[in-house]
Write a protein that binds this ligand. Structure first.
Ligand code: EPU
Length: 441
C-alpha cells in the first residue's frame, strides 16, 4: 500500500484552494442524521477516511449511507438493528462514542467501546459519562470487555454543568437532550463553530436548542424532520494548513468559502508576525509572505482562542520567524509528536518548562500532579530546514510534517500518509495545484 509522501520542497506555493467540507462537522451530523426517521441528504461531505470509517460503522449497525454524488451522502437510520458498536470500526474513529445518542433513543440500551482516534493524549470521556448520568442515563464501563453499557430507562431531564469544556461532549449531550422529558440546560459548554453547525442542523430539523453564552437550553420535541438537504460548512482547520503553507513557503494562496469570524484569533496572530492577509470577499481570503516573519508566543485554548489543532502547523511558521517563539499547549496532553521529527530536518526546537501557578484550571485535560508533562516548546528561528525521512503519528502533526517537507530544501519522505488522509481530502492534488512537488509512494 502506498502510505508515504515523496516531497521535493523549497518552492513557493501559489494559487487558490477551495476548501472541503469540515471533518468535525460531517462526522457529527452523519450521526445526528440517525436521530431522524427518514432519509437525510447531506451535501459537501468530505471524502476522507474518517468519514469512510464512520460510514462503515453505521452500516454495520444496519443504517443506510450511500453517496448519491461525489460529496452528497444520503443517510437513513430507520433500519438500525444492532445496539452494539463494533470494536474494530470504533477503535479507528473516536467519534464512535457519539452513537450513544441515536442508539439509546432507538433501543433504550446500547454497548459502545471506549473511543479510539488520534494519539493525542489519554482523551478520557469522564465528563461526558458524568453528564449522561446527570441527565438520568445509567452508564457503566466494563474493563474486561472495553465496552460501556448505557441504559435510558426514561426520557432524559435535568441540568449539567461541564467541570471543564469539551467539544464533542457538548455535542453528544445536546443530541441526547433532543427528545427529553422536559427542558435540559447544559452549562460551561464549548463554543466551537462546528457545534453551532450541529445545532443549526438539529434546529432546522425541528429541535429547539438555544445558545446563550456558555449555556445551552434544549426544549424537548417529539420528532425531527428535515425536508431539504443540509450542506456541511467548509473546513477551517484545512484552511489554516493551506494559509500556513502559503506563508511558510514564501508563496501566496487564495482560500475560498472560509468564514473569517471562525478563524479570528489565527488571523490576528498571522498579522502580528507580519504575514500578508487580504480580505478579498466575504468568504475569500489571500494569505501570502510579505516580509521577514516575527517570532510569537501562543497558548492554545478552546474557541474563540487559538485552537489546539492549529499549533502544530504554526510551529513550522515559527521555524522561519526571527527570534524565539513559544507554543504552550493547554488543551491536549500529547500534541507535540512532531517535535522529534522537525529536529531531523535541522529545526531548533526544544521542550521548555513554563511555570503555571494553577495547572488544574489552566489545562483543559485532567491534570495529574504526579505525572510529568511536556506542554511547551521553544523554537529558534529563522532556520534553514533540509529534507529528511519523517514519520506521522497523528492527523494535525501529519499536515505539519508535510508542510515542513514542502518548506525544506531537497527531498523528503513522509511516512504515514493515511493518517493525514483521515482528515484532509485530495491533499496531494491540492498541493500539486499550488505548484508543490508531492506524490504518494
Ligand atoms: N477531556 C477529558 N474528559 C472528557 C472530555 C475531554 O479529560 O470527558 C479532555 C480531553 O482529553 C482534552 C480536553 O479535555 O484534553 C478537551 O477535549 P475535547 O473533548 O474538547 O476535545 P474532543 O471533543 O475530543 C474535538 C475535535 C478535536 C479538537 C478538539 C478541540 C472532533 C472529532 N474532535 O475533540 O479535533 O482538537 O475538539 O476543539 O471534533 C482533529 O480534528 O484533529 C481533532 C483532534
Amino acid at each position: 500500500m502506498e502510505d508515504s509522501f515523496l516531497i521535493n520542497g523549497g518552492k513557493p506555493l501559489r494559487g487558490s484552494i477551495t476548501l472541503s467540507g469540515a471533518k468535525n462537522v460531517a462526522l457529527k451530523i452523519i450521526i445526528a442524521a440517525l436521530l431522524l426517521d427518514q432519509e437525510v441528504t447531506l451535501k459537501n461531505i468530505p471524502r476522507i477516511s474518517d468519514v469512510e470509517e464512520l460510514i462503515h460503522l453505521i452500516r454495520s449497525l444496519g443504517a443506510k449511507a450511500e453517496f448519491a454524488e461525489k460529496h452528497v451522502l444520503v443517510v437513513d437510520g430507520r433500519d438500525l438493528r444492532s445496539n452494539k458498536v463494533d470494536l474494530l470500526h470504533a477503535s479507528k474513529i473516536r467519534t464512535s462514542f457519539m452513537l450513544f445518542a441515536p442508539l439509546l433513543y432507538k433501543f433504550s440500551s446500547c454497548f459502545v467501546p471506549n473511543p479510539g482516534g488520534c494519539r493525542i493524549g489519554a482523551r478520557p470521556i469522564d465528563r461526558i459519562v458524568e453528564g449522561m448520568k446527570k441527565l438520568g442515563i445509567s452508564i457503566e464501563y466494563d474493563s474486561n470487555t472495553g465496552f460501556y453499557q448505557a441504559q435510558m430507562k426514561s426520557k432524559p431531564s435535568g441540568f449539567y454543568e461541564f467541570p471543564k469544556i469539551t467539544h464533542t461532549g457538548t455535542e453528544l449531550l445536546i443530541m441526547l437532550s433532543i427528545f427529553a422529558k422536559d427542558k435540559i440546560t447544559l452549562g460551561n459548554t464549548a463554543l466551537e463553530p462546528e457545534i453551532d453547525e450541529l445545532m443549526r442542523f438539529l434546529n432546522l430539523s425541528g429541535a429547539k436548542i438555544q445558545k446563550n453564552g456558555k449555556n445551552i437550553t434544549i426544549q424537548p420535541v417529539d420528532k425531527l424532520t428535515l425536508d431539504q438537504p443540509f450542506e456541511i460548512m467548509s473546513d477551517r482547520n484545512e484552511a489554516i494548513t493551506f494559509a500556513t503553507l502559503a506563508v511558510a513557503t514564501k508563496g501566496k494562496v487564495d482560500i475560498s468559502s472560509l468564514h473569517l469570524e471562525d478563524i479570528q484569533t489565527f488571523i490576528q496572530k498571522m498579522r502580528e508576525i507580519g504575514a500578508g492577509i487580504d480580505i478579498l470577499g466575504k468568504t475569500l481570503l489571500r494569505f501570502y509572505y510579505k516580509s521577514p516573519l516575527k517570532s510569537s508566543r501562543i497558548e492554545t485554548q478552546p474557541h474563540p482562542g487559538f485552537m489546539t489543532d492549529w499549533q502544530p502547523n504554526w510551529a513550522i511558521l515559527m521555524t522561519q520567524a526571527k527570534g524565539d517563539s513559544i507554543i504552550h499547549e493547554r488543551v491536549f496532553e500529547n500534541r507535540f509528536s512532531y517535535v522529534e521529527e522537525l529536529r531531523k530536518l535541522g529545526a531548533d526546537i526544544d521542550f521548555v518548562k513554563i511555570p503555571v501557578s494553577n495547572p488544574m484550571e489552566y489545562f483543559f485535560f485532567n491534570f495529574d500532579p504526579s505525572k510529568k508533562y511536556n506542554q511547551a516548546v521553544k523554537i529558534k528561528g529563522p532556520q534553514n530546514i533540509h529534507g529528511g525521512v519523517l514519520n506521522i503519528a497523528d492527523l494535525r502533526a501529519g499536515a505539519t510534517l508535510a508542510i515542513a517537507a514542502l518548506v525544506a530544501e531537497g527531498e523528503s519522505v513522509v511516512n504515514g500518509a493515511s493518517i493525514l488522509e483521515r482528515g484532509y481530502e485530495n491533499f496531494v492534488e491540492k498541493v500539486t495545484s499550488l505548484g508543490g512537488e508531492i506524490k504518494k509512494i
